[in-house]
Write a protein that binds this ligand. Structure first.
Ligand code: ADP
Ligand code: MG
Length: 691
């Protein structure tokens, strides 16, 4: 139940004065559908209107002049603007109005009238002018012109000044809410109350008030982070409360380990121990294996599957694409079969009798493991006793899809896997409701991928070398980014590149892009994996985890446009075999200093976690793109970099609160419910209700 005190904030934006059928959709696009969203819209800058005279006017500044209307200059054609020439004793200032309403302005401002005008000063030839002044008022209305003005985000048809008025109106709807933060914590940080913080947000005194480090913004950011962390802590606690069968480490897993041609790394051992710890609790597991591409997550999953099979239950491993599912099947089926564990592969391609046979095996328990794609959670699939769901590249699946799979058993353990490295400081915001095992150590004996950056001007050279390498039996990826507003234009660029490469290299150049259907993509990828395609041109990251050991060259065009984590993952697709691999980062010169540093870090290290950390520092959290892709939430106030200290604090705080008052019934607990409602985190967490 939503607390009554929040009703005004949850009213639709149309309850604000001035928001009708025209403005409502614009405001919704800019802020959101309810008054709260407008309240949370922060100004991004300040304008100071300094009084000036024409002879001291400064081009580009916003200034205020006291003038007399001198002359109306009617347009001679509809394309021309209305001009109103004014004079302030020191010089002439022309006010320029495009469009139809210049006439009305002229009527209200007759020649000889005294006026105060304010706006951005421009120079047009030898003349000073202001086009579409912000203010043009009679001297007795001078106080309508504020000296310092906040500038809000705007959109076509909804100017910043209108947005400001609406935001201030929304502020009047905000009640004083009961304090949900710890008073000692507030005092220590010098934080204002929630209401005071919002008031300051909309009436910043100086530029420092706009920065993320301003106390009122930190307060709001902390509120937001705490609301989110609470939601995740609650989900985690709820899941734990669900009893699940205990699973003991079995002899089969030990036998499989003994068969492996390698020794488990320390990180793999630790991750397996984490999983077994969860299995022993009698509670539902929700664990994420986070490890770079090639860090060996699959083996850990296989051993967990073996434990489940030894306990007489079934597991399902779900991968986002058919080719990945097939690769997992090829890796796991034989080692498992050697110890009496039967695996079936289930994808969209299975039809008729073969499919029916697989479904029977799962329903009867004759098969203990199902590996597959989305086909796994379809209605017709039944398990005899599913107890473990392994989800590879978990961010590629929707919450509902994971739930459908888990619903095929009772209290099914979740083991998610992700190869997107996330800086440690941000882990809580993305995976706060999961237990995380980091695989931060790679199997020994990998040769790092030789990485270099080169300007686009040397693309011919790169193509020539690629031809030699392909002649010598190598395979290569060539990645073209999605950069323009239009996917069609990007696709053209990739097609063009494929044509060009065909001209240099000959046949054996394939193209895969986001507009293709799943089976089309799979077919091209399979041709590449089977070496029928030598050079694969791709527009997007099509197959993050795909394993093509013979591919040793990765060329990435416009590398400066990619997030570092993305570049790192792309590079991780080569260097999987014995042969030396290389990666060429092509960029459009000139590179900014930051871009230079970003590409440099890739040359220096192949540790995904370190790369993610550096990326966050270099971009200061500003670029949301890379982060969002990895599931970073769309916060209103919290900044992943500037507020990283608050993330950890909010996580600790949330755990304490839920530990002491799981149902939020204490005085503070009740206030915290208001906070949660205010930020409404249930609506948008990457793993909401998962598992
Ligand atoms: P990812 O974490 O990207 O899923 P995989 O599980 O596919 O990585 O492992 C990548 C490769 O490393 C596989 O060929 C696997 O057999 C191999 N591998 C895994 N663990 C080890 C190890 N401890 N020592 C040597 N090779 C290993
Ligand atoms: Mg993998």
């Amino acid at each position: 139940m939503r607390p009554e005190i929040l009703f005004p904030l949850y009213a639709p934006v149309t309850t604000l004065k001035g928001v009708g059928a025209r403005v409502a959709p614009l405001l919704e696009k800019l802020a959101g559908p309810i008054v709260r969203d407008v309240l949370f819209l922060a100004p991004h800058s300040l304008v100071r209107r300094r009084p000036a005279t024409v002879n001291t006017a400064i081009e580009g500044e916003v200034q205020t002049f006291t003038v007399e209307i001198d002359e109306h200059q009617k347009p001679r054609s509809p394309q021309q603007p209305w001009k109103i020439r004014t004079f302030d004793g020191s010089g002439f200032l022309t006010l320029v109005y495009f469009g139809s309403f210049g006439h009305a302005v002229a009527e209200k401002n007759p020649v000889g009238a005294k006026r105060i005008v304010s706006g951005k000063v421009e120079r047009f030839g030898s003349e000073w002018q202001i086009s579409h002044p912000d203010y043009l008022v009679a001297p007795d209305k001078a106080d309508e012109i504020p000296e310092v003005e906040t500038v809000y985000p705007a959109t076509a048809g909804l100017p910043a000044r209108t947005v400001r008025k609406l935001a201030l109106q929304a502020l009047t709807q905000a009640a004083d809410l009961p304090e949900w933060q710890d008073p000692a914590w507030l005092a220590k940080g010098g934080f204002p109350t929630w209401k005071e913080a919002l008031e300051r947000l909309h009436a910043p005194v100086n530029e420092a008030d706009l920065l993320p480090i301003a106390p009122h913004i930190r307060r709001l950011a902390y509120d937001e982070l705490l609301a989110h962390q609470l939601a995740m802590a609650q989900r985690k606690a709820d899941r734990r409360a669900e009893p699940a069968d205990k699973i003991a480490p079995g002899p089969k897993a030990a036998a499989i380990v003994a068969d492996l041609p390698f020794k488990l790394t320390g990180a793999q051992d630790r991750a397996l121990a984490d999983v077994r710890h969860d299995f022993a609790q009698g509670e539902r597991m929700s664990r994420l294996l986070q490890g770079d591409v090639g860090s060996g997550k699959t083996v850990v999953a296989m051993l967990a599957i073996a434990d489940v099979a030894a306990a007489g239950a079934q597991s399902a491993l779900m991968a986002p694409t058919e080719i990945l599912a097939r690769q997992h099947y090829e890796t796991l089926a034989a080692p498992l079969a050697a110890h009496g564990i039967t695996t079936v592969l289930l994808t969209g391609r299975d039809k008729g009798a073969a499919r029916a046979e697989k479904l029977r095996a799962l329903a009867s328990g004759a098969a203990q493991v199902a590996i597959g794609t989305h086909a796994l959670f379809q209605n017709e699939v039944h398990f005899q006793s599913l107890q473990l769901a392994v989800v590879d590249e978990q961010h590629r699946f929707g919450v509902a899809q994971r739930q459908l799979l888990q619903a095929k058993g009772r209290s099914v353990h979740l083991l998610a896997m992700s190869a997107t490295p996330i800086p440690r400081t941000l882990e809580l915001t993305v995976y706060g409701d999961l237990d995380v095992s980091r695989i931060d150590e790679k199997p020994p004996g990998r040769t790092p991928v030789a990485t270099r950056a080169a300007p686009m001007t040397r693309v011919d050279e790169v193509e020539a070398r690629l031809r030699e390498a392909v002649a010598g039996g190598a395979q290569a990826f060539w990645i073209c980014p999605l950069v323009s507003e239009s996917e069609l234009v990007d696709l053209k660029a990739a097609e063009q590149r494929a044509i060009e490469l065909r001209a240099t290299i000959g046949d054996g150049v394939g193209l895969v892009h986001g507009k293709m259907t799943g089976p089309e993509k799979d077919a091209v990828m399979a041709d590449f994996a089977d070496n029928r395609i030598k050079v694969l041109v791709a527009t997007t990251v099509v197959e993050v985890g795909v394993n093509v050991p013979n591919a040793t060259i990765m060329v990435i065009e416009q590398a400066e446009r990619f997030g570092l984590a993305q570049l790192h993952q792309l590079r991780g697709r080569v260097g999987r075999g014995r042969r030396e691999s290389s990666c060429v980062l092509l960029y459009d010169p000139p590179l900014s200093e930051t871009a230079q540093k970003r590409l440099d870090i890739l040359r220096r290290t192949d540790d995904g976690f370190q790369i993610a950390e550096t990326d966050l520092e270099l971009r200061g959290g500003g670029d949301a793109l890379g982060l969002r892709q990895s599931g970073f939430p769309d916060y209103v106030f919290a900044d992943p970099f500037a507020h990283r200290d608050l993330i950890a604090a909010a996580g600790d705080d949330a755990r304490l609160i839920i530990g002491r008052d799981p149902e939020l019934t204490s005085e503070r607990g009740k206030a915290l419910r208001v906070l949660q409602e205010l930020f409404d985190w249930r609506a948008s967490s990457p793993l909401k209700d998962a598992g």
